[in-house]
Design a protein around this ligand. Structure first.
Ligand code: PEP
Ligand code: MG
Length: 877
């Protein structure tokens, strides 16, 4: 049977989101449960992928089915495209499986031409409305379908308003709007070279193609990459009969949430604009009224809306984000979805829903986006500084967090300034989806216009980025890159601080303090810990980092990069002395200086981890990273070592390598200079002995990790040195302490020969940073230069250094686990590459049976939650 590409709203349901997209599936579901939904049909995501497969064409089969569904829709609504009695007007909206607010395109009022405008003007006795619809349609169609920039039309509107001496669109008369529509058509013809299409079916096909095409627009591509949404999903298209919010003062349109998306508080929250269409609210062009006012102006529609909200929350068991329209006092639902929310709101809503008996603890854990937690864990303004400072302005607290940076006025500048290391705050009249990369680059966003559901607010919230919106007190002069607020003129580059939780704006740079988590966060984390199988460790090199990670729930250290402590104070001098030594004796003398320092560091880390396991990795980077580059430092080193400057320079030159990342580093250092491994083993074992003596109730089992192994014999060589030294130390101390010697699996050959490696290694830790680098054959430091071209050309969808490449690198990991455990069934397995804190990679680690993931301290809660979700999904499947 051939595929079905179109579904009436009456034919679908909420479970069909893969095929119908989120919007289509929910429109069908709302229809099924009897809510007032203007009817229509959904063209499936498979039609979109087919469109791309066919070289961006709608093939005959799909086209025929769309035509058939137009007829079905005409029958259901009793209206007909282009009809002079009862014309059908539709909206055409995108809707992917995962919601991507504002990233793709929408067209309203489709089906209009001058004849139809005349008909609806007469029938409604409302020519102003009819012409307003038409000019909006021409504008949107030209922008979205034909890619004539919006600005040309906006300039015409501004000119018209000026001519008429009015400030608001709603003050323009029917005649003005008609004139505008004609101007728009002329503009269209001037830009495109042909007349504006009059045939509704032609308009519809153009619009459908535009929505399909918008799946591949740059902002959608960026959004998808940030949100792990595969390109292969495609978007559905919803063709829905129009309900009109712009027919007069008894009409309007709104966006609302069943709970506050910023705080999670259980109260209806939203915005409503009378005599307007949907895009007016979302675009933030006019600042709307709070939803409560709707209760006064439209009591019946409001009551019905409240009922619908309750039905929807009860049905979906989650906070709903809804779009609706009131046409002559009657309510129509245009969309519902699980609302995007801030991290604190996500936690509160999940906990409240459990307390309300709506969902289980497991469902609560499953509903939180782990990446969202990041925002909870980041700094806020220092309360003392806040108390001592008066804000210079206040606007809507659109997305929480603290941001301070230098003012920039456009997305391009934000990107450029951030790329050169500046912290910036992006200040805009209003943001549009094109600004997404600039918003990403900025610390925070401040807009002059727009409400809590404006583009800036929704996108910033999704990014977890501080945003203050709708600051009407700002007098903006974008052209000259300046604005005035509270009597002061701010220029590009001036410092500004934003508090996205209160909406306050502060002059200058305000100090911040670390985040403080508790309450709902603690409850969710405790639930997550009940469900997960994977342990979560941290990558920490100092006692302070270790303590922070511990407070965030780390169950051990998966990677302590010992070299990170070598750069401090006296240590760098000792390590340079070691590197520049001529003989083993000289090296040992320098290493002897390092020994007590390393031992002290390890003791501090052991203390901070309170007896939890700690994996210490031996020296890894190429030695040239430690040698001095400044003349004065070279002279000092020469003097200390009794050598000439020329000697030292010669040594430094000799350390030069063409490919240092594939050069003399990792275990190769210990093969050539075993005394380094001897010193590090002593430091680890002595530290463990001391801490064990101090805490007899802890069971210290030091874990020594040999990096960059590719051959079992090199591991054995270094391990023999470690074991001999450790046993000597333990014997000397009269201690009988267990310790483990394991290896990182970060060279493909180690993965391929993991069965052999496991004969020596007592644990594996996957170093997926190097393993990715060496598997792909491109440098982790340089790939940033060319990866963007790979994204643009759809060769890679995400950065393989951030998100584990499960197909290639993952295959090596899986294989190494199996081979390793075949040799040594009790082999302990973990990951310590950056991927250990990435949710999709954590899920992979769960699936291949690792014992733990290890990630940076701030990502520990993310990994705990992701691990729980992986276990829950696994159980459900
Ligand atoms: C790795 O390669 O994944 C790893 C954790 O080691 P490093 O990043 O220090 O090379
Ligand atoms: Mg490595």
């Amino acid at each position: 049977m051939s595929k079905k590409y179109c579904y009436l709203f009456t034919e679908g349901n909420a479970k069909m989101r893969e095929l119908l997209g989120g919007k289509g599936a929910n429109l069908a579901e709302m229809t099924n449960i009897g809510l007032p939904v203007p009817q229509g049909f959904t063209i499936t995501t498979e039609a979109c992928t087919q469109y791309y497969e066919d070289g961006r064409q709608i093939n005959d089969e799909i086209m025929a089915e769309i035509m058939e569904y137009i007829e079905k829709m005409e029958k259901i609504t009793g209206k007909k495209f282009g009809d002079l009695e009862n014309p059908l007007l539709v909206s055409v909206r995108s809707g992917a499986r995962a919601s991507m607010p504002g990233m793709m395109d929408t067209i309203l009022n489709l089906g209009l031409n001058e004849d139809v405008v005349d008909v609806i003007a007469k029938k409604s006795n409302n020519p102003r409305w009819a012409w307003d619809c038409y000019r909006r349609f021409i504008q949107m169609y030209s922008d979205v379908v034909m890619e004539v920039g919006k600005k040309y039309f906006e300039q015409l509107i501004d000119a018209m308003k000026e001519k008429k001496g009015v400030t608001q669109d709603v003050e323009l008369s029917a005649e003005d709007l008609k004139e505008l529509a004609m101007q728009f058509k002329a503009e269209y013809k001037a830009k495109i070279g042909s007349d504006f299409p009059t045939d509704p079916k032609e308009q519809l096909i153009g619009a459908i193609k535009a929505v399909f095409r918008s799946w591949d627009n740059p902002r959608a591509n960026v959004y998808r990459r940030d949100n792990d949404i595969p390109y292969s999903w495609g978007t559905a298209v919803n063709v829905q009969s129009m309900a009109f919010g712009n027919m007069g003062d008894d009409c309007g349109t709104g966006v609302a949430f069943t709970r506050d998306p910023a705080t999670g508080e259980k109260k209806l929250m939203g915005e409503f604009l009378t005599n307007a269409q949907g895009e007016d609210v979302v675009a933030g062009v006019r600042t709307p009224m709070p939803i409560a006012e709707m209760a006064e102006k439209f009591p019946e529609a409001y009551d019905e809306f409240v009922k619908v909200c309750n039905i929807l929350e009860d049905h979906y068991r989650d906070m709903q984000d809804m779009e609706f329209t009131v046409e002559h006092g009657k309510l129509y639902m245009l969309q519902c979805r699980n609302g995007k929310r801030t991290a604190p709101a996500a936690l509160k809503i999940a906990c409240d829903l459990v307390d309300e008996g709506m969902i289980s603890e497991q469902q609560a854990v499953a509903m939180i986006d782990p990446r969202n937690l990041d925002t909870l864990l980041h700094p806020q303004f220092d309360p003392k500084a806040l108390k001592a400072t008066e804000p210079v302005g206040k606007a809507l607290p659109a997305s929480p967090g603290a941001a301070c940076g230098k003012i920039v006025f456009n997305a391009e500048d934000a990107k450029e300034w951030a790329a050169r290391g500046e912290k910036v705050v992006l200040v805009r009249l209003e943001t549009s989806p094109e600004d997404i990369e600039g918003m990403k680059a900025a610390q925070g966003i401040l807009t002059v216009r727009g409400g809590m559901t404006s583009h800036a607010a929704v996108v910033a919230r999704g990014m977890g980025k501080c945003c203050v919106s709708g600051c009407g007190a700002i007098n903006m002069d974008e052209a000259n890159k300046q604005f005035t607020l509270a009597g002061k003129t701010y220029h590009e580059g001036d410092w500004l601080s934003l508090d996205g939780s209160t909406g306050n704006i502060y002059d200058g740079a305000m100090p911040t303090v670390d985040a403080n988590v508790g309450g709902d966060f603690g409850r969710i984390m405790a639930w997550a810990d009940k469900f997960r199988r994977l342990k979560v460790r941290t990558n920490a090199d100092t006692p302070a980092d270790a303590a922070r990670a511990r407070s965030l729930g780390a169950q051990g250290i998966g990677l302590c990069r010992t070299e990170h402590m070598f750069f401090e104070g006296d240590r760098i001098a000792a390590i340079r002395e070691m590197i520049c030594s001529d003989t083993k004796e000289q090296r040992e003398k320098a290493l002897a200086k390092l020994l007590p320092m390393q031992q002290g560091d390890f003791e501090g880390i052991y203390e901070a981890m309170e007896g939890c396991p700690v994996t210490i990795r031996f020296l890894d980077p190429p030695l040239h990273e430690f040698v001095p580059t400044e003349e004065a430092d070279i002279e000092l080193l020469a003097k200390d070592m009794g050598k000439t400057v020329a000697d030292i320079k010669a040594i430094i030159a000799s350390l030069h390598e063409f490919n240092p990342m594939m050069g003399h580093r990792g275990c190769r250092l210990a093969v050539t200079f075993p005394e380094i491994a001897v010193m590090q083993t002593r430091a680890v074992i002595r530290a463990a002995i001391n801490v064990q003596k101090k805490h007899p109730d802890w069971n210290m089992v030091p874990e020594i990790m040999i990096p960059l192994v590719g051959e079992v014999k090199e591991l054995k060589f270094v391990k023999d040195v470690v074991v001999k030294t450790a046993d000597e130390e333990l014997a000397a101390a009269g201690m009988n302490m267990k310790y483990l010697v394991g290896t990182m699996i970060e060279i493909p050959r180690a993965a391929l020969t993991a069965d052999q490696i496991a004969t020596e290694a007592e644990f594996f830790s996957f170093g997926t940073n190097d393993l990715t680098q060496m598997t792909f054959g491109f440098s982790r430091d340089d790939a940033g230069k060319f990866l963007p071209a790979y994204y643009d050309n759809k060769i890679y969808e995400s950065d393989p250094f951030a998100r584990l490449d499960q197909v290639g690198v993952g295959k090596l990991v899986d294989m190494a686990c199996k081979l390793g455990r075949a040799t040594r069934p009790e082999l302990h397995l973990g990951i310590c590459g950056e991927h250990g804190g990435d949710p999709s990679s954590v899920e992979f680690c769960h699936k291949v049976g690792l014992d733990y993931v290890s990630c940076s301290p701030f990502r520990v809660p993310i990994a705990r939650l992701a691990a729980a979700q992986a276990a829950i999904r696994d159980q459900r499947q």
